[in-house]
Design a protein around this ligand. Sequence first.
Ligand SMILES: Cc1ncc(COP(=O)(O)O)c(C=O)c1O
Length: 572
Amino acid sequence: MNNNKPKEIKSNLEYLRKLFIMPDSPDKFIEFGHDLLEMIHEFFQEKGGIHSAITLPELSDIFDQTAVPARPKLIKDVLSEIKDKIVRHSVKVGSPYYIGHMTSAIPYFMILMEMIIAALNQNQVKIESAKASSFVEREIVAWLHRLIFNKGDKYYEKNIQNHRVALGNVTSDGTLANLTALLVAREKAFAPDGDFPGLRMAGMERALRHYGYSKAVILVSKRGHYSITKSANLLGLGEENVISIAVDNDNRMDLMKLRNKIKDLQKKDGKRKIKIVSIIGIAGTTETGSVDNLLEMADIAHEAGAHFHVDACWGGSAMLVDEYRHLFTGIEQADSVTIDAHKLLYCPMSMGAVLFQDERDLRYIRHSSQYVIRRNSVDTGRFTIEGSRPFSCLKPWASLKIIGKEGFGLLFKQAQRSTDDLKMILDNCGNFETLNNPQLFILIYRFIPGAAKNQLEIWKKDKSKDSERKIRKVNNLINGLNIKLHKALRRDDTSFVSRTTMESTPYRPQKIVVLRAVLINPLTNRPILEEIVSTQNRIGMKIWKEFKPVFYRISDCNIQDPDIMGAAPYPV
Ligand SMILES: Cc1ncc(COP(=O)(O)O)c(C=O)c1O
């Protein structure tokens, strides 16, 4: 910790003005830039844990100043404070041992892009504050649109810089991208009609009455991201009107169940009907990376008169590479698609995008105002939910040039190799059970010592009521074991995987606690994965000692284990 007390300086307008005026020479940038880059480099090189050993209460004590600072401090002192208090206690999401979330390593040139974005400070809301950058945004939106809908040269030549329409929006994240898609879906479902001015003017109650509906719903699989329920809330549809459809064994929406649900909904609710605003396909589920059958879903959605939205926030970028395109067959029939740049485009936090098949769809939410985004202006802000927006699209725009489709092909090949390696290492170990066939670099699995795993296999074959009961009990026990293991791994902190609970494993409908690995960091390799699994196995076996007696009791084994009479710490 730096003990030199930072100097407080007297407020001085001349000094403050200098902070805003660009320095006469680049010396100042070079001086601070050098310190800053060194600080970042040190953070990357630092050995030790992924999360830093500091506790959350200790962090509360560091950030406990209740009043806004009154006296200015020197930049160098605040940078030193940032280094001591923030950088060293940040999560090393770029570590090749951090394989638990979609947030991962970024290429270093992104740091330069962020500097450019901050230095130019363009506000994408309107052309008066974002000139060339507005055109960059339209260009990358067209690239992404073409990747999905591939409408041909003429279409893109006509629309790429056509300010009368918008092929899509750049948003701050995937949540806002999904919200935008569903806002458009809602407006289309309750469009102006005769005297009725449309939902955005008249509100939900009048809209339902006008169209003779009792309520409006959204259908998505059980694996849907929580941004969908958030959107339903914000759009006044109500979270309980997001209907979850069960998934099959591959975590893809069960289409038979979807069809049955639609039939149910189309039966009249008393006198009035129910409007299906949108059916949502997922192209890369958050928990398992699975892709729904988009081709069939497109037909079903359009037959039901619903907006077909595809949430491709996770997986969409894989369409850059021919090898993965077959997973997305049917996406070109979607009405809207969302993609996150801060996921498989390896951009730093954060940028989402929403693309509309019909370039006129965003007119449903068009806004204007007198002082910005005037009616006939060319401003992109006319079509967005957000007001001020940063020039974040520079990051994927540059990375698509620097890395190119070919480069992304190699990055995804490496991600696939890591996913296959981890599955193989876990399967060969004997004390783990892998629980999905990963499509897009996400593997779920659990720790289950060989003895318990073999016993479950025997009971599964037996199929008697007694065996079913025992499977359920052992699964509850193993759930407790995996929760405890995950907590112990967090304390160990040499690596990181995440944890979730799923109903859609081979043990359905019983909920199973699983560990989740997201394998997109190109610096992760087989030896690292072996090390991670070996740590999990070592710690897992240690914890298993407490659980073993209960397991043997459930199994009615006559093993003379001195632990058997020990306390059973977990409910079974
Ligand atoms: C499938 C899916 N959709 C939407 C989102 C939301 O994205 P964001 O966190 O950028 O808002 C996520 C995030 O993980 C996701 O996995």
